[in-house]
Design a binder for this molecule. Sequence first.
Ligand code: NAD
Ligand code: SER
Length: 315
Amino acid sequence: MSEVILVIGASGQIGTELVVKLREMYGTANVVASDIQIPSYDVMEGGPFELLDILNKRQIHKAIEKHKVTQIYLLAALLSATAEHHPKAAWELNITGLLNILSICTKQNIKKLFWPSSIAVFGPNTPKENAPQMTIMDPNTVYGISKQAGERWCEYYHRHHGIDCRSIRYPGLIGHKAHPGGGTTDYAVHIFIEALKNKSYNCFLDKDATLPMMYMPDAIDATIKLMESESSKINIRSSYNVSGMSFSPSELAAEIQKHIKRFKCTYSPDSRQQLATSWPRSIDDSVAREAWGWKPSFNLQQMTADMLSNLKYHL
Ligand code: NAD
Ligand code: SER
């Protein structure tokens, strides 16, 4: 039986790139993009699109029947910085939204679900360097609390309802095809755009705020690898640590300066710095590497060169 995939939250930073990749792999007609917002031209014109609100179970139910969906990628969420300003809305979207989909999966016989978690599941007492797969998790942000609860729900539905839930704790993601959606790590995309446009950037994080980050092609690759792996290899049903690179704003600025000599970065940390301070600086992803062969391709130097050459073209 051919797979039909529904991507919910397809107009965001990840969906914009993931939908295109999934359509290359499964065929354009077999990947239905959906969101409450109109997506990019490539997503809209490249295959089916449904305007769907994850909080409206009836709408989701009808779309699943209409397209005979067999798998769901659930990307709709409020990210860390926005969630701190709208805690109730964040809980509603991130947790009620997930529970809606988990319950629809059991009722409509959808066997496979991808749902992303985040490095925000870690908290101030998690080891700062090489945060292990299993460790102290005491998130103190609304977003982190919702992601930790989401991990527990995914594992629960796997155990009690046999849903093939698969998940990755994405680090901060950097890509050139879509704007980031309100996270603490958004600076690492904004800095490139401002460096090219204005040769200067005022960063909202401290110059030394080192965080785990990943280039979008690696994030897409990790997602597909995880979803394509045999079920027997998936030994974690909460969410896998995956790591790409770690850097601070000043290290990223120095790397950009190698390409744009006049670029100047200044620092005015705001409330997002507190979120960054609560997260680890680096992640141990050895469990994902061993279980399903995860390996990143991009380091800081390669990512910076690729971002600048692609953005130069777009801008
Ligand atoms: P994003 O904010 O760019 O996109 C989210 C999309 O969800 C938006 O297009 C939005 O319109 C849509 N949406 C919002 N409310 C909706 C609703 N009620 N119904 C349907 N769609 C709705 O987010 P992203 O960066 O693409 O992240 C996708 C997922 O990955 C999220 O779960 C996020 O927590 C996770 N994640 C992202 C990062 C990152 O750096 N981008 C890092 C860790 C985890
Ligand atoms: N990039 C995300 C954020 O900052 C991490 O989950 O919210």
